[in-house]
Design a protein around this ligand. Structure first.
Ligand SMILES: C[S@@+](CC[C@H](N)C(=O)[O-])C[C@H]1O[C@@H](n2cnc3c(N)ncnc32)[C@H](O)[C@@H]1O
Length: 324
């Protein structure tokens, strides 16, 4: 049975930010439960078209059923949004009016026990958005060196006690389930202190490493900017500071004419602004939304509009730890 667990976050704000017009062509890079996609299709009728992408085949199955009444206006693709440029080329789907990235994972995935995203219930340590991908969380936990583990925890979880946790993980290996890992982390930190579970940052870090989330985000931001038509909107909803920092820096840089270092007297970068930042302050959920959907509490939305073709292609600067 089709049951919708995931409530789309900042839905009204997203539709406003995308400035959707009837007949518009939009891309939802993170289809999930199809909540944003359904609203985009509604607003862009008649004549609107939507390309929906998700790395998770389960999300594609779910959204295919949910969006069946729009089937002539929708193209759903099971792929990584890091391949956005190729996907758009393959399906001749560019330029577009709007692109949405609603990052991270959906409630459907979080509540799906066998996926191993949550430490609330026991499951194998998996955490892959795409089950066809090779590297799982268990593989990283059981094969990475202590130094690599500490780095993953520090960089992707902003975990202060990264070395202590990494040392304990290496001592306790093999660790194959979510509860086993949660207990190892709890032990390493001397039990629970405060409201947040001590394994929260470790689980976030692992999920980011397994799915190469920050690297994919850097890649898709550049590609999305290329795929947008002039006047098109890029809307990104992120859920932790690492993602938001990448989005903020990307938009700020692309909105500048010169990106030479501050001590350079004569500009030699050849860069010119391709984006205009639409909201100077990040958009966050209203009190009402927070009450209705506490899982929206960390959401931050940033919006930019394309004003000119991009001048430079960026190099990806993030190191990554998984093989896929
Ligand atoms: C927060 S959910 C999106 C929820 C959706 N906006 C809705 O209204 O139901 C994020 C989705 O993005 C997908 N995702 C995350 N990273 C991805 C990537 N690199 N490529 C493709 N899909 C990705 C996840 O599988 C998940 O289904």
């Amino acid at each position: 049975m089709l049951t919708v667990a995931h409530k789309p976050v900042l839905l009204k704000e997203t539709i406003e930010a995308l400035a959707i017009q009837p007949g518009g062509r939009n891309i939802d890079c993170t289809l999930g439960g199809g909540g944003h996609a359904a609203a985009i299709l509604e607003q862009s009728a008649p004549g609107g078209q939507l390309l929906g992408i998700d790395a998770d085949p389960e999300a594609i199955r779910f959204a295919t059923a949910r969006l069946s009444k729009y089937q002539n206006s929708v193209l759903l693709v099971n792929d990584n949004f890091g391949n956005l440029g190729d996907i758009c080329q393959r399906y001749s789907f560019s330029p577009v009016h709007g692109i949405l990235l609603d990052l991270g994972l959906s409630s459907n995935q979080l509540d799906d026990d066998p996926r191993g995203f949550s430490f609330q219930r026991d499951a194998e340590l998996d955490m892959r958005f795409n089950p066809a991908q090779e590297t799982t969380a268990a593989e990283i936990i059981n094969t990475a060196s202590e130094t690599e583990l500490a780095l993953i925890l520090r960089e992707y979880g902003e975990e202060r006690f990264n070395q202590r946790i990494a040392r304990r993980i290496v001592q306790e290996r093999p660790i194959n389930t979510t509860l086993q890992l949660a207990h190892v982390v709890e032990d390493a930190l001397g039990g629970r202190h405060g409201k947040i579970h001590p394994a929260t940052r470790t689980f976030q870090a692992l999920r980011i490493a397994v799915n190469r989330e920050l690297e994919m985000l850097e890649i898709v931001l550049s590609q999305a900017t290329d795929v947008l038509g002039i006047g098109g909107r890029l809307v990104v909803i992120s859920y932790h500071s690492l993602e938001d920092r990448i989005v903020k820096h990307f938009m700020q840089k692309e909105a500048k004419d010169c990106i030479c270092p501050p001590n350079v007297l004569v500009c030699h970068c050849g860069h010119s602004a391709g984006l205009r930042i639409v909201n100077k302050k990040v958009i966050v959920p209203s009190e009402e939304e927070l009450k209705d959907n506490p899982r929206s509490r960390s959401a931050k939305m940033r919006v930019a509009e394309k004003i000119a073709p991009r001048q430079q292609s960026d190099k990806v600067t993030y190191s990554h730890f998984s093989k896929n």
